[in-house]
Design a protein around this ligand. Structure first.
Ligand code: BGC
Length: 420
């Protein structure tokens, strides 16, 4: 791993963190940057009304989840009419008309349940001051190219209006929703500020920024804060290896979202298979195991996670072709890929934590709400992230805590729908 510079130790964490910070600054100022730093027009400080229902639509990687949420008097969310569906455009390419018709058909069954929709849209979308979202480009292999450049809220609203519904729609990114969900439960703890992190199929981060620092816009009141969707998956200043570049070359959007391709779930299986292929070429595996690796068409992220959690459960490496040494090597290689992802995740979080300017008072640490299967389903991942985060932030006197809550994007979308 060291020879191919794929090990965690090859990452110069402090210097990548400084580059991340500089890209954030550039994005806020409207200078060229790989970080879009998208203003969301969402203020974190609005109280959430109890007893009122809101419709939630959560379009994530492969699924769309629909339902209603109501907060009770104690502030706990109650989810109702919940259903889960395949994301339109995941299984077959759709035109714009087909995409929105399929989408509206998922929302219609709950359209009479409330007069507002919190629409969590987990893709890069430019947000307008009235909280609609214009899709910049798809990620996660969604096939509906005509939707790029379209306002998703307005298109959905038009179809709902044909059926007699006119809810107020608030579109927000999943990281923004995750941040809002944490803020809902975090008030008792009096955190200094909040960061929303998603590390699942894709990756991204959101935080609250002072309007005065968002200098690329001249229509914001100088006072006040709002949440920024960083689109951190597109960070382009992270040194890549030849293996990362080869994987990137096989994707539809080669050259884009290179950071996401190094750490997120959509690419981990593919990355690990490439690492195994290189290991076989470097004669690290037995001849039989090398041949077995050569015959693998693809490797899923789930297999990698399962192997690290229990190498004897199931999966391709239980075949006889792999002897004990092969299995040990496979373990070290996969663990190396995961360890590097943890270091890169920590760098991302550390840069954002520094940018918030908060967390210097131990009574009010920064709350990082981390969501996503890639973060939570690989045993030990969170500890690896925390260990590196401590090394990066302790010298700066910044205090933080990582929390996790069920259904964070869904609940956060409800908060947004209820508070706008
Ligand atoms: C998208 C982001 C999203 C992230 C996590 C990325 O591919 O561009 O908008 O927040 O995935 O779901």
């Amino acid at each position: 791993m060291a020879e191919h510079r794929l090990n965690a130790a090859s990452v110069e964490a402090e210097s990548v963190m400084q580059d991340f910070l500089a890209e954030m600054e550039n994005g806020l100022a409207g200078r060229p940057s790989s970080l879009a730093m998208i203003p969301t027009f969402i203020d974190v400080d609005k109280p959430v009304p109890a007893g009122r229902s809101v419709i939630v639509v959560d379009a994530g990687g492969t699924n769309v989840r629909v339902g209603t949420v109501k907060f009770d008097e104690s502030g706990s969310p109650v989810i109702g009419s919940f259903s889960k569906h395949r994301m339109p455009g995941i299984d077959a390419e759709l035109t714009k008309k087909e995409f929105f018709e399929q989408f509206a058909a998922l929302v219609l069954p709950v359209a009479d349940k409330a007069d507002a929709i919190g629409f969590c849209f987990s893709y890069a979308a430019e947000i307008s001051p009235d909280c609609d979202g214009k899709l910049v480009h798809w990620t996660k292999e969604v096939m509906a190219p005509e939707v790029e450049g379209e306002f998703v809220g307005a298109n959905l609203a038009a179809l709902l209006a044909e059926k007699g519904y006119s809810p107020k729609i608030t579109v927000l990114n999943d990281t923004v929703a995750t941040l809002l969900a944490a803020r809902g439960i975090g008030q008792h703890r009096r955190y200094g500020t909040y960061i929303g992190l998603i590390l699942g199929t894709g990756t991204n981060t959101a935080y609250a920024e002072r309007n005065a620092n968002i200098t690329k816009r001249d229509d914001l009141s100088a006072e006040g804060d709002q949440v920024i969707n960083i689109e951190s998956g597109n960070f382009a200043k992270c040194p890549r290896t030849e293996i990362d570049a080869a994987l990137d070359g096989t994707t539809d959007d080669a050259g884009a979202y290179m950071f996401e391709k190094m750490i997120s779930g959509a690419y981990r299986g593919g990355l690990c298979l490439r690492v195994l292929t290189v290991a076989a070429e470097d004669n690290l595996l037995s001849a039989q195991a090398a041949a077995a690796v050569g015959s693998l068409d693809d490797l899923s992220t789930v297999h990698v996670s399962h192997y690290l959690n229990n190498p004897f459960e199931e999966g391709p490496f239980l075949r006889e072709a792999f002897n004990g040494d092969d299995r040990r090597i496979v373990y070290h290689l996969f663990h190396g890929v995961v360890e590097r992802a943890a270091v890169l995740t920590a760098i991302n979080l550390a840069a954002v934590a520094v940018k918030t300017g908060a967390g210097t008072d131990p009574l009010h640490p920064i709350c990082i709400n981390a969501d996503g299967s890639t973060f939570h389903k690989v045993g030990g991942f969170q500890s690896l992230v925390e260990a590196r985060l401590r090394r990066l932030l302790e010298p700066l006197g910044i205090c933080w805590e990582i929390i996790h809550m069920d259904e964070a994007p869904f609940i956060g979308a409800a908060v947004a729908g209820l508070t706008r």
